[in-house]
Design a protein around this ligand. Sequence first.
Ligand SMILES: NC(=O)c1ccc[n+]([C@@H]2O[C@H](COP(=O)([O-])OP(=O)(O)OC[C@H]3O[C@@H](n4cnc5c(N)ncnc54)[C@H](OP(=O)(O)O)[C@@H]3O)[C@@H](O)[C@H]2O)c1
Length: 402
Amino acid sequence: MTNAASAEKRRISVLGSTGSIGRNTLDVMSHLGGREAFEVPAITGMGNIGLLVEQAKQTGAGFAVTADPDLYAELKSALAGTGIEAGAGPSALVEAGLRDTDILLAGIVGIAGLAPTLAAIGGGADIALANKECLVSAGDLFTSAIAQGGGSLLPVDSEHSAIFQVLEENQRHAVERIILTASGGPFRNHTRDEMASMTAEVAAAHPNWSMGIKISIDSASMFNKALEMIEARHLFGLRPEQIEVIVHPQSIIHSMVGYSDGSVLAQLGAPDMRHAIGYAISHPRRASLPVERLDFAKLARLDFHAPDEVRFPALALARTAMERGGLQGAVLNGAKEAALDAFIAGRIGFLDMADIVSATMDRLDDGRQATAIEDVYAADREARIVAGAIIAELGARSRARH
Ligand SMILES: NC(=O)c1ccc[n+]([C@@H]2O[C@H](COP(=O)([O-])OP(=O)(O)OC[C@H]3O[C@@H](n4cnc5c(N)ncnc54)[C@H](OP(=O)(O)O)[C@@H]3O)[C@@H](O)[C@H]2O)c1
């Protein structure tokens, strides 16, 4: 039984409410009864103050926070007279995580989501986890914090939600492997030469899913799948060799679990994040959700291909990070975030991202283990510094050529 199952009105705080996951979450909540069914102790955003204010008023949120301290005055004045408290900056984000809630929906993008999510875990909330960077970077520390906090960890990533849904709790010993499906992204059929010249705008145009820009580009490079492999390892307690990836362009099978008797159980659905979000925030019940129902006669076929690890080296990097262990997950993620920002800013090419992450992981492969969360932040900072230096070198070389 989760915390949330016992409450009359579910209290759900939404970190990253102005993003793609956050907007979908509020949409599902409004479909499931809105203010009649839910209380919203806190919501957070960053730059989109107009939407944050609108959401705070619509949900009757207790506390609305922008991560950007420079936007505090704007937020405070827009909320004046509403009774909704305003906050800004990293400490207010943590305070949002600490507000008493049944479920915290972790929908901030990047490692910025770790501190407020840990704060909520400490308070015993159930965590509906979209922010995969928490598990990738903090790994065992994150899962131990959940165990100590007493709440449940409810995956929101559609792949992990699928596994969670088909994992038979009393048959965990019989799990041979999990198979994460990947759409293959917009460059599934591109050559490496073609990929080399792709811009952020093209890379962000995902064929099946509508998501934030960063995860969309991560899907194009398959870094999203790499993060999901590491996330799955920690969520389900698997060995690296038990985690497989298969390209499935239709994104109808969201992932599968293979058992020792040869059976493979899959979860299928339309590619709509409101399913996984609705499943997590309604757990342990199944709610009626406003998602398209599958018409198998129209679908007609489902395709599968082995991923091409030459064009998509991110998958091998995930395996390396899992095998090396220690702080390599935090290093992979920190370097990836730095490289992704540089790609979005037009400072490096699409294929440079994997090279930068790989070089950073090698330079920081010192076998260090994380004993406290500060170690994770330190590894993240170090990875960004090393990756930043490599990005600067690449920039200098490219200027010298022209
Ligand atoms: N989108 C999906 O379908 C999907 C699926 C599975 C997993 N996920 C995961 O869910 C997370 C969110 O993804 P998304 O696609 O919803 O991202 P997104 O659309 O970019 O939204 C990110 C949210 O975080 C806020 N934010 C951005 N930078 C921040 C910072 N430094 N500190 C605090 N808040 C910050 C944004 O605020 P503003 O918009 O106000 O600036 C927004 O509310 C990611 O970890 C992603 O991997 C997403």
